[in-house]
Design a protein around this ligand. Sequence first.
Ligand code: APR
Length: 168
Amino acid sequence: MNFQVLEADITTLRVDAIVNAANESLLGGGGVDGAIHRAAGPALLAACRGLPEVRRNVRCPTGEARVTPGFDLPARWVIHTVGPVWQGGHHGEPDLLAACYTNCLKLAREKGVESIAFPAISAGVYGYPPDAAAAVAVGTMSAAPWRPERVVFCTFGSAMTRIYEGLM
Ligand code: APR
């Protein structure tokens, strides 16, 4: 597996695309979402606002992904995805989280992305147990029929780094 675990602020990474762990409105938030919007600048919010709503206040349903330019970020693209909120693990969370990674790869392929960095989707505010979230990330990436040449799992904090390294 040609995956890299990198403990870093994802907004600093010089990759073709970084993935944002967003919410369904795509209008920003805290965590990595907040960091990406701060670093990308206001044009990112404007671009997100310009994406069509599939229903009121929902531009990206859970499990799906949308792509925008990266604007002031080093990364050319931001692929926004919405992970499941953890509700105990019996509400389809694993499949929805896997779908996030699969749908991000689909958009990455369409954009000709050769390097991509993923944060630990859902493992923060959305409460997904970090080890289970990392296992879905690595498992889905390993099983994918296509992925960019360079795949980075960008961790924020040593605990998460150790979890991903343990899976490599
Ligand atoms: N770079 C890389 N990883 C980061 C960064 C950063 N700058 N900031 C936070 N993280 C990590 C967190 O430590 C966590 O491991 O990203 C992972 C995902 O955490 P969250 O950002 O809280 O995302 P998530 O759990 O998917 O919750 C999404 O939070 O920010 C809001 O708008 C967002 O409502 C949505 C929800």
